[in-house]
Design a binder for this molecule. Structure first.
Ligand code: SF4
Ligand code: SF4
Length: 88
């Protein structure tokens, strides 16, 4: 193989480029958020390893499923059982 034609690998050339890669297709479960049960305590927000739980003005807006990997951490930490993991 010609070494000159091998591109650079494992290199992050620009900051913030993870937004371009919609990794949410990896999951086999997704979080279903109940606005009725949610108390907007925001406990789930910092626990999400993907940072894809959105809130605005103290109100939880939901999960960005383009990036959610379906780990279920948010459902486990929610003290009000407002998030249920569902099969895709
Ligand atoms: S399932 Fe995991 S990745 Fe998806 S919103 Fe919940 S904590 Fe974040
Ligand atoms: S942890 Fe549960 S109750 Fe608190 S904001 Fe998240 S979904 Fe709502």
């Amino acid at each position: 193989m010609d070494k000159k034609n091998i591109g650079r690998g494992a290199t992050i050339l620009t900051s913030g480029n993870s937004k371009k890669f919609k990794t949410g297709s990896w999951k086999n479960r997704y979080p279903s958020h109940s606005k009725e049960k949610c108390k907007n305590c925001m406990m789930c927000v910092p626990y999400c390893p993907e940072g894809c739980i959105k809130q605005k003005d103290g109100i939880l807006q939901g999960m960005d499923l383009n990036f959610c990997k379906g780990c279920g951490v948010c459902a486990n930490v929610c003290p009000f059982k407002a998030i249920e993991m569902k099969e895709i």
